[in-house]
Ligand binder design. Structure first.
Ligand code: GDP
Ligand code: MG
Length: 163
């Protein structure tokens, strides 16, 4: 069985776009609007001859803030349970949200390796805005653009290093 890499994060941060790029598939549905609950998607990936399976944890119900938070926590806990490595995807355009802090706390409690990705970083001005993410307390993160592929190879190199 291949190692499982789970992508987690709030809706609309770009998990499915990243999933598609990592697996070179069009399997995941990229939503222009959050708010749809979907099943998880699995696809195989290969990087530098290392095979692994990527899980896109899908959308979440977002009709109500409490439901939203509870569902996200539940999905993240399930994903962490099943995964060998967890990737928290954050939105570099939207900035840090209180939910991100919750997710970081959940992930810190697990003993699995966690990668922190800040997505939608496409120019140097956006890179200047990354400092606020250090308030989440992680010591390393990867700025990426899942849509354009920037930073994704660097992340994949580090990822296979822990598989
Ligand atoms: P998910 O809900 O986390 O799976 O997010 P999606 O992959 O469905 O993406 C949500 C929205 O963000 C879509 O409109 C994507 O086109 C957009 N998006 C995803 N990745 C990027 C990126 O790297 N840069 C920009 N500018 N937009 C992105
Ligand atoms: Mg999605």
């Amino acid at each position: 069985m291949k190692p499982i890499v789970a992508l987690v994060g709030r809706p609309n941060v770009g998990k499915s776009t990243l999933f598609n790029r990592m697996t070179k598939s069009r399997n995941a549905l990229v939503d222009d609007f959050p708010g749809v609950t979907r099943d998880r998607h699995y696809a195989d990936a290969l990087w530098d001859e290392i095979p692994f399976t990527v899980v896109d944890t899908g959308g979440f119900l977002v009709s109500d803030d409490d439901v939203f938070a509870a569902e996200i926590r539940e999905h993240v806990e399930m994903a962490v349970e099943e995964a060998d490595v967890v990737v928290l995807v954050l939105d570099g355009r939207a900035g840090v949200s209180p939910f991100d802090q919750d997710l970081v706390h959940i992930l810190r409690r697990s003993d699995k390796p966690v990668f922190y990705l800040i997505n939608k970083i496409e120019n140097s001005r956006q890179r200047d805005d990354l400092a606020e993410f250090f308030t989440l307390g992680m010591d390393k993160f990867f700025p990426v653009s899942a849509e354009h592929g920037v930073g994704v190879p660097t992340f994949m190199d580090a990822l296979i290093g822990v598989l």
